[in-house]
Ligand binder design. Sequence first.
Ligand code: ATP
Ligand code: MG
Length: 174
Amino acid sequence: MEFRKLRLSGFKSFVEPSELRIEPGLTGVVGPNGCGKSNLLEAIRWVMGENSPKSMRSGGMEDVIFAGTAGRPPRDFAEVVLHAADDDGDPLDVTRRIERGAGSAYRLNGDDVRAKDISLMFADAATGAHSPALVSQGKIAQVIAAKPTERRMMLEEAAGIAGLHVRRRDAESK
Ligand code: ATP
Ligand code: MG
């Protein structure tokens, strides 16, 4: 899978619709403190299904919606679209949208899908919200300090077998 473009609207500090091309290879994000670098990475995690408020640095899921500033009213929704492509080059356009009081919804190439469909798709492609391909602030120190079990989880994500565990847990609970 290849990520090609990211579109954000009302997500955290990205209040106006913004579009970023993701070029092949390693991508670094640079800019002054507070300009939104970490927010960008969080947007990628969020569209892939991240639901932990802690890894989104927020108290609740609706906190990803632009909260307003002195001169700007808050928004009532946040939307992130990740334009990706599968290994054959066919488009995989993933949209996640959250509205105040209405929760979040996902679309894949325009069709409504479940959160689980999205997280499994990314887990099978060896990427996903916890992918080691996304190196966020403090992550290097975290890898060094990780317990062996945590390190194993990182390796499993990288190897693309994390989705198998989800399916096994699912099967066991039925
Ligand atoms: P640093 O270099 O310090 O790591 P950064 O570029 O990673 O900074 P971010 O942490 O991505 O910056 O962005 C922080 C900014 O995002 C802050 O100004 C914060 O107020 C703003 N922000 C976060 N959530 C929201 C929200 N829901 N609504 C509006 N602004 C938000
Ligand atoms: Mg940061």
